[in-house]
Design a protein around this ligand. Structure first.
Ligand code: ADP
Ligand code: MG
Length: 295
């Protein structure tokens, strides 16, 4: 394409809320034949809310949510924000207890000491890591939540599982439409997520994606993209989180959700300023138009 075509292309992109960072990004986009989507915050709205709580001991809901919120207030994760918000419904005081030794385990959850007790909040992987037994009732409750497409999170105190929290994050309104347009354009769509296989499958089905990689760490997401590239695909990665940045960097075209984390936006070649997935189609369309002129 001529410099003018690139300028026009990026300009039109900008007017549609699609920030294309330079000619290379515009050029690569029309070669894309495979799009990898993150789940949380990318295919879903990224504003999760707590939908149910299952207590496993005689601990009261206010005591439970005091420990949960005191721990999660230290985390940036959207799930953490949902739990803290929900905690406010149960705990009168807005001043959470002090949490010491807060630690975050990527793709697994968090750990802290509150009221001199060791609190763990996260998925089964986190509990396995700390040798916490997961009672059958908890496991069943998690399965039920996940079959509804919810994310299920376990809470343990001093080594004992004390509760399960189910969090819902509905898919974006345009998600299934965009996936079906991409399919018509002949592109393959995949989903990669740190969430459980069960939850991932339900969300994927909802938006029309049939290839899913679940329980993926940031490096697994990047590895998946390299694998697709070795198979000959030109890959676009669409993501919003810090955990997506390695994959965004490795992809032929990295597309960040505008509402996403600073790191994702910085690493990406294209930023969907309106956080709208239609921007994926817009970017590919513009690239095709800009570069077909000189072929
Ligand atoms: P995603 O790819 O869906 O954004 P992440 O890799 O961020 O997922 O997280 C994967 C899983 O790790 C979550 O589904 C959750 O079970 C657990 N997790 C991550 N962060 C937290 C947290 N702050 N509190 C509780 N659980 C968490
Ligand atoms: Mg995400």
């Amino acid at each position: 394409a001529t410099p003018t075509a690139v300028m026009v292309g990026t300009g039109v992109g900008a007017s549609h809320g699609v920030l294309i960072k330079g000619g290379q990004a515009l050029e690569s986009s029309h070669k894309v034949n495979c799009v990898v989507f993150d789940k949380t915050g990318t295919l879903t709205a990224g504003k999760p809310t707590v939908v149910s709580t299952k207590l496993l001991t005689d601990m009261s809901l206010p005591d439970f949510y005091q420990l949960v919120a005191a721990t999660e207030v230290n985390s940036e994760h959207p799930l953490a924000k949902a739990m803290v918000e929900h905690g406010k419904n149960h705990v009168q005081t807005q001043a959470w207890s002090e949490a010491r030794d807060f630690e975050s385990f990527t793709g697994h959850g968090v750990k802290a000491t509150v009221h001199d007790k060791c609190i763990l909040i996260g998925n089964k992987g986190l509990m396995q890591r700390f040798d916490i037994q997961i009672p059958r009732v908890a496991s069943d409750y998690m399965d039920d939540a996940q079959r509804l497409g919810h994310t299920a999170v376990l809470v343990s105190v001093e080594g004992d599982a004390v509760g399960v929290i189910a969090v819902s994050d509905p898919v974006k309104l345009e998600a299934s439409g965009v996936i079906s347009i991409l399919k018509k354009m002949g592109l393959k769509s995949l989903m990669v997520t740190g969430d459980s296989q069960l939850t991932a499958n339900v969300v994927a089905k909802e938006v029309g994606i049939d290839t899913v990689m679940a329980e993926a760490k940031p490096e697994d997401k990047a590895q998946k993209i390299r694998e697709l590239q070795r198979e000959g695909f030109t890959v676009a990665m669409v993501g919003d989180g810090i955990n997506d940045s390695p994959a965004l960097a490795v992809a032929d075209v990295g597309m960040a959700i505008g509402a996403g984390s600073d790191i994702a936006i910085e690493v990406a070649n294209i930023v969907l300023m309106r956080s709208d997935l239609e921007g994926v189609v817009t970017a590919i369309d513009l690239s095709t138009k800009s570069f077909n002129r000189i072929r």
